[in-house]
Design a protein around this ligand. Sequence first.
Ligand SMILES: Cc1ncc(COP(=O)(O)O)c(C=O)c1O
Length: 376
Amino acid sequence: MNARIHYTKPSITEREVAYATDAAANGWGEKCYDYLTRFEGAFRAHLGVGYAIATSSCTGALHMGMAALGIGAGDEVIMADTNWIASASPIVHLGATPVFVDVLADSWCLDPAKVEQAITPRTRAILAVHLYGNLCDMDRLLDIGARHGIPVIEDAAEAVGSVWKGGRRAGAMGAFGAFSFHGTKTITTGEGGMFVTSDPALYERVLTLSNHGRARGQTKQFWPDMVGFKYKMSNIQAALGLGQIERIEELSARKRAILAYYKRALVHLPSVSMNPEPEGTVNGAWMPTAVFSRASGITRERLQQAFAAKNIDARVFFHPLSSLPMFTPKPDNANAWDIPGRAINLPSYHDLTDAEQDTVIGVITALMEQREPRHA
Ligand SMILES: Cc1ncc(COP(=O)(O)O)c(C=O)c1O
């Protein structure tokens, strides 16, 4: 049996180890924010935004950003049914309602036409999640937002390295963007996230919220002006993050090369489609994903069994959020409900070898060659 082929794993070099070691040994007292300041600055520069606040998670960044936009009880936030729950839970915690709409069949991201149909007088935001590194159609979503006076928020947890038309980076186009540096992501701090915006007033509100409601101009000690949050990143995590963002070109290029390798081997097969990259955009390729046609007869369960048999950690495509027990089922979201049953996320950590990718590809081609049981 081959050694286990993991689905994701970070790429940590001597640079990250040196920074984290320095932060642990020296990053205290007057130096306790040094790596945080450097990481936020480097991330801001990479993205081309005005402001960045490092957080303990992307979920925390979304929670504070939505709170700062004033989203609360009785409000609605439109988002794709295909998502990780982390995008929806801050909406629920704020007392608002996530309104799940269908995704496009090719990008697996928000269908702009469905977004427009779902707008009501209670809609307070459109949450655009760039799934697996694929980009939402930001031109159409921003246009819908502008016409209806509704902010577009970008959940770019999975989209560091993705660039929309005109060189605009994922996370830098909406009212605010949120990123994740969880250990599975393209760049990591173990756990962690980033809130970004170019709106100075929104930045000030989130900065205050992120400091337990203590405004930075407040001179009284231990004096919060409002109830806030505690979603901070530590200086030690930021040291790791600085090392990672300094390597962003290399790390993104490697993720893209892994996706391209899979695509070269698989997308000529008539039943397979993978992460798209529309003209003029860059897919950051966080999670190479294969979706099989209905006619192929290939199911999630068959894929899971075949990969498990080869000791390969392949993961299922996100279940529709509206199929989870705490929400109301919306099976009319046909793509969101149908695609997961015939799709799989493929291993893509930076140090994956060509031989390991060939093993993964071999599992898929063997499955395609098997006759479908019902035709056997
Ligand atoms: C689309 C999406 N949004 C939000 C999150 C939450 O990120 P975090 O775990 O950093 O809170 C994730 C994490 O996997 C994600 O994939």
